[in-house]
Design a protein around this ligand. Structure first.
Ligand code: CS2
Ligand code: MG
Length: 402
C-alpha cells in the first residue's frame, strides 16, 4: 500500500481544529488530530510544508519507521508543534492500519483490558454553590468522576470557570485576554469548595481539581495537605513542570495524588517525575504526545513506576483525538481515568464518531479504525478564526502562569 496524498483540514465549528487526512492507493484513508490550542496554524504549516511532501509514496503500514523518520529526521526534535504534527500522522496511520485489518484500533493494541473507560466531566461555577449545583448535574448525567472548579472571591475570573456550563473553551479572543491571579486568595478558598461538595454529595464520587500550573512546590504541598480530608482523586498541574525535581518537595508534604502532563509532548518531559514516582497520573494524550506510538511508550514506562494514565480530553482536543484516546484507554493496562469535556453539536456534526457515553463510562465502538471521520463539506463551512489562550498576571501586574 502507498500513501498517494495527504491534506490538512482546518475548521472552526465554534473553535479551531486541525485534522490531517491521508489517502492511499488502495482507497483507504485515515485521519489524525493536530490541534494545538492557540497555535493551530503553526501545526497546519508544519504538516503541509514540512511533513506531507515526505509522506507521499511511503508505505502507511510502516507506522514505527514513519514515526522515527519524522522524530529523528526533524533534527529540531520535540516541542508541542513538532509532536502534534507527528501525532496527527501517527494517528492517521493507525486508523488506516486498523481499517485494513477490519478491526477497531484497540484490538491492534492488544484488545480490551476493561469493559468501559471511566471518564470525568467538568463542573464549574462562579461560586461554591454554583459549582456544587453543576456537580449535582454531572451526577445526574451519570458521571462517577467529576472535576470541580469555582470562582475565587476577589478575582474577576479564574481558570476553569466558564459561562457555558457543558463546554469550556479558554481560547476566547482574537488577542490574549489578561486574567488576574492571587495564589493566597485561591489557597484559602479551594478547600471550602471540597468541604461543601463532600458535605452535600458524600463519598461515592471521585472529585478532581486542576490548579493549572499556578503554585510553587511548597504552596502545592500546602494545598495538597489541606485537601487530604476530602479525598480527591487527583490534584492536577499543581506546579509548572520544567523543574521536575520540584515535585519532590510536594511529595514530602502531602499524600494528595498528583496528575500532570497535558502539555507534555515526549516521554522526556516526564522521565524524572515517573521514575521517582513523584506523580500518580500522567496526563499526556494522543494529539500532543506524538500519537498512539509514543503514548504507548509513555504508558508502559509509567506502568513500571505505579503511575496510571489520565489522558487530557478538553474541548480543544478534537473528537479524532478523543476517539483514538478511547481505543488507547480501553487497552492500556495501567489506566486511571479519561477526561471528557464534551464537544458542541456543531463539532460532533463535523466529526461523526462511533464512541459513546453511558453511566459515567465511554466506549470507542467497534468500527474498523479509530471510529471517527470528518465531514469535509461541513468542515469547509467553518473557516479558521484566530483565538488566543489568555495570559495571567498577579495582582501587582507580574506575569504568571495561565
Ligand atoms: C485543562 C484544559 O482540561 C484541562 O485539564 O487544563 O482546559 C486546558 O486549559 C486547555 O486544554 C488549554 O487549551
Ligand atoms: Mg488541566
Amino acid at each position: 500500500m502507498k500513501i498517494t496524498d495527504a491534506r490538512v483540514i482546518v475548521t472552526c465549528p465554534g473553535r479551531n481544529f486541525v485534522t490531517l487526512k491521508i489517502e492511499t492507493d488502495e482507497g483507504l484513508t485515515g485521519i489524525g488530530d493536530g490541534t494545538l490550542n492557540g497555535r493551530e496554524l503553526a501545526v497546519a504549516s508544519y504538516l503541509t510544508d514540512h511533513v506531507i511532501p515526505c509522506l507521499i509514496g511511503r508505505d502507511p503500514h510502516r507506522i514505527e519507521d514513519t514515526w522515527q523518520y519524522l522524530y529523528r529526521g526533524a533534527y529540531w526534535r520535540r516541542g508541542p508543534v513538532t509532536m502534534s504534527a507527528i501525532a496527527a500522522v501517527d494517528t492517521a496511520l493507525w486508523d488506516i492500519k486498523a481499517k485494513a485489518a477490519g478491526l477497531p484500533l484497540y484490538q491492534l493494541l492488544g484488545g480490551a483490558s476493561r469493559t468501559g473507560v471511566m471518564v470525568y466531566g467538568h463542573a464549574n461555577g462562579a461560586d461554591i454553590e454554583a459549582a456544587a449545583d453543576e456537580v449535582a448535574h454531572y451526577i445526574e448525567l451519570g458521571y462517577k468522576a467529576i472535576r470541580a472548579q469555582c470562582g475565587i472571591p476577589g478575582l474577576p475570573s479564574t481558570y476553569g470557570v466558564s459561562k457555558d456550563k457543558m463546554f469550556y473553551e479558554p481560547a476566547d479572543a482574537d488577542l490574549p485576554t489578561e486574567n488576574i491571579w492571587s495564589t493566597s486568595k485561591y489557597l484559602d478558598h479551594v478547600p471550602k469548595l471540597f468541604e461543601t461538595l463532600r458535605d452535600r454529595f458524600g463519598w461515592d464520587h471521585h472529585l478532581l481539581h486542576d490548579a493549572h500550573h499556578r503554585l510553587t512546590p511548597i504552596e502545592a504541598g500546602r494545598l495538597g495537605k489541606s485537601l487530604e480530608p476530602y479525598r480527591l482523586f487527583w490534584l492536577e498541574d499543581a506546579v509548572p513542570t520544567e523543574n521536575q525535581e520540584g515535585f519532590r518537595i510536594v511529595r514530602q508534604h502531602t499524600t494528595q495524588p498528583l496528575a500532570v502532563g497535558e502539555i507534555f509532548n515526549t516521554i522526556w518531559d516526564a522521565k524524572t517525575l515517573i521514575e521517582e514516582q513523584l506523580i500518580d497520573y500522567i496526563r499526556a494524550t494522543v494529539v500532543h504526545a506524538g500519537g498512539i506510538t509514543h503514548l504507548r511508550r509513555i504508558a508502559d514506562f509509567a506502568g513500571l513506576h505505579h503511575v496510571r494514565t489520565g489522558c487530557h480530553g478538553a474541548t480543544d482536543l478534537s473528537p479524532v483525538c478523543m476517539g483514538a484516546a478511547l481505543h488507547f484507554d480501553l487497552w492500556v493496562p495501567n489506566f486511571g481515568v479519561q477526561e471528557y469535556m464534551r464537544h458542541t453539536e456543531a463539532t460532533d456534526a463535523v466529526f461523526p464518531h462511533a464512541y459513546s457515553f453511558a453511566g459515567g463510562y465511554m466506549h470507542p465502538g467497534d468500527t474498523p479504525g479509530h471510529g471517527v471521520e470528518i465531514d469535509e463539506a461541513l468542515a469547509a463551512k467553518y473557516p479558521y478564526s484566530r483565538a488566543f489562550l489568555p495570559v495571567n498576571r498577579l495582582e501587582d501586574g507580574t506575569m504568571w502562569n495561565w
